[in-house]
Design a protein around this ligand. Structure first.
Ligand code: NA7
Length: 537
């Protein structure tokens, strides 16, 4: 499994998901001694853990992939526009095999502590089983949505049925035949689970607290001809994704809402809607993120689509978001989600009308009575961005605990990549970077991993023991982040973007909203100027 028996390395990469795998490869190519540490039994991160029924990528296959190897791009064939979990997991396994990454990854290894030793300028990592590893540099590729959030509902321990969080789904799968199943949560995950299992279960009870706007997914199969066509476009696409707002192959439109007649607005919305992709979210009218009038207009359009598909008008009203605007929370793609509620074996419980009170031995009680259940599925999301980082006891200079520093100062992270007081530590997909929520993960995580590799190479080449951002640079980035965030409508809406899904988490926009392209330029400038905002020792 490992190419070296020593526990001392140049770089330790925690996490063997999409970003960790690439980071490991990238650093190893530069001749560094790298070890990956992964809690799971295999590679793939999100696509390893989230194997719930219906799990599927909401980014197109051609954008949700690695760009670093033309050979890989030529070899790998996608089967459809939005591949299911198993296909993306297979792809990441293929990458791990092709580039022989597993020999430098230790699986079944959950890191519990990381300590910076100032005298040597190195990190010591401790695992849950008490193993120790040491390296000059630490890269935390621990995933932005990897720490499951479970609601606190009284009596859970008394429930005699089985229960599962979607982010910790059993590898052997589950058979729902003849089962009465409950699902709490109607975000991107809940929608995929609900529309997939409804035809399999005896009865499905969906507990919804907030209704979700969603776009119908158009998911054609990709045959050899389509793959050949896509391959022709890869050279241009690989440039394009780094020059857009979301790291996808589309961007904000140049057409202004205010310049169009009502008929033209309608036509534009329909054109984007029929594409069956997230292009509708940012491409149709980008003004919806900051202009309430435009947002209201688009929100009405999407609500009208829900009404067309749900037979019972009262049910349609419950399934239509009322108190927040389209696009200010994550917009999922769906396949027959709204029609699912026309089925006789599906019940919607609006927990704002009848709140969840407690679990019982045989089900769950709301104010209106008990729902008998054999299985409860928690599609209740994650402690996004910070969860995986604060779960580890990370101690920087003078024993400063990252969890405590962030609790006291709020999350601070220069470019979302490094934290003052934590030399030689880098994060991928962390808060205050676009990758935390607003960027197609492969685009932004590859960009961050490249930047990190360059920074590590630079630091070593100039013979420095350590590098960390200055407190001033870090504070300036935080102010810039907040200024841009507060100019949008996003902070008005409760969501994991704002941290409101976790009790006690400060309300602040998690991800940098300046766009992936702007962010990349900011990172490139720092490198081109020799990391002058950093302190070397
Ligand atoms: P989300 O988007 O955080 O959704 C979680 C859902 O669970 C959401 O509908 C919540 O309602 C609901 N929830 C959480 N706790 C409760 C309680 N106590 N009662 C009722 N409902 C509850 O997580 P997902 O896994 O769907 O998606 C996360 C990201 O992963 C997704 O955006 C993709 O990028 C991949 P609420 O909205 O808080 O009222």
């Amino acid at each position: 499994m490992s190419s070296s028996s020593s526990s001392s390395f140049d770089v330790l990469v925690v996490g063997a998901g999409l970003s960790g795998l690439y980071q490991l490869h990238q650093l190893r190519e530069r001749g560094l001694r790298v070890r990956g540490l992964e809690a799971g039994t295999d590679v793939a991160g999100t696509w390893y853990w989230n194997r719930y029924p219906g799990a599927r990528c909401d980014s197109t296959a051609e954008c949700y992939q690695y760009w670093f190897s033309d050979e890989l791009l030529n070899e790998w064939n996608w089967s459809e526009r939005y591949p299911a979990q198993a296909e993306t997991e297979r792809y990441l396994n293929y990458v791990a095999d092709k580039f022989d990454l597993r020999r430098d990854i230790q699986f079944n290894t959950r890191v519990s502590a990381a300590d910076f030793v100032a005298a040597t300028g190195r990190w010591t990592l401790t695992t849950q089983t008490g193993e120790h590893f040491d390296a000059q540099f630490l890269v935390l590729a621990t995933g932005g949505l990897s720490t499951p959030a479970l609601p606190s509902i009284a009596g859970f321990e008394t429930f005699q049925g089985s229960s599962f969080h979607t982010g910790r789904w059993p590898h052997e799968g589950l058979d729902f035949t003849g089962k009465r199943v409950g699902v709490i949560g109607t975000g991107a995950t809940g929608i995929q689970v609900i529309q997939t299992i409804a035809p399999q279960v005896e009865h499905l009870t969906v507990f919804q607290r907030t209704a979700t706007y969603a776009i119908p997914m158009r998911n054609p199969e990709y045959d050899a001809a389509r793959m050949a066509e896509l391959r022709q476009s890869y050279p241009a696409m690989k440039e394009l994704v780094h020059n857009t707002f979301t790291g996808n192959d589309y961007d904000f439109g140049t057409v202004l809402f205010s310049d169009l007649t009502p008929a033209e607005r309608e036509e534009r919305l329909w054109t984007y809607w029929r594409d069956g992709s997230l292009k509708f979210w940012v491409g149709a009218f980008g003004e919806l993120f900051a202009d309430q009038t435009v947002n209201d207009y688009v929100s009405d359009f999407v609500r009208a689509r829900i009404r067309e598909r749900v037979q019972d008008p009262q049910l349609a009203a419950k399934l239509s978001p009322k108190d927040y605007g389209f696009g200010t929370r994550r917009v999922p793609l769906e396949s027959g989600y709204f029609e699912t509620f026309n089925r006789a074996n599906v019940t919607l419980v609006d927990t704002t009308e009848t709140p969840l009170e407690c679990f019982t031995a045989t089900g769950i009680k709301t104010r209106a009575g008990e729902h008998a259940l054999d299985v409860m599925i928690f599609a209740t999301g994650f402690d996004a961005g910070t969860g995986a980082l604060t779960a580890i006891d990370i101690r920087g200079r003078e024993g400063l605990l990252l969890r405590a520093a962030w609790a006291q100062d709020g999350v601070r992270a220069w470019l979302g990549l490094q934290v003052h007081g934590f030399p030689n530590m880098f994060m991928i997909m962390a808060p205050l970077s676009p990758a935390a929520a607003f960027c197609n993960v492969p685009t932004c995580s590859q960009q961050q991993a490249d930047w990190i590799a360059n920074c590590i190479t630079h630091t070593r080449a100039q013979g420095s023991k350590s590098i960390e951002p200055s407190a001033q640079a870090e504070a300036a980035w935080g102010e810039h982040h907040d200024e841009l965030a507060n100019a949008t409508l996003v902070p008005k809406t409760k969501s994991w973007y704002m941290g409101t899904n976790i009790a006690g988490k400060p309300r602040r926009l998690l991800a940098y909203v300046g766009g992936a392209s702007t962010y990349r330029h900011a990172c490139d400038k720092v490198a081109a100027e020799g990391y002058r905002d950093s302190v070397f020792s």
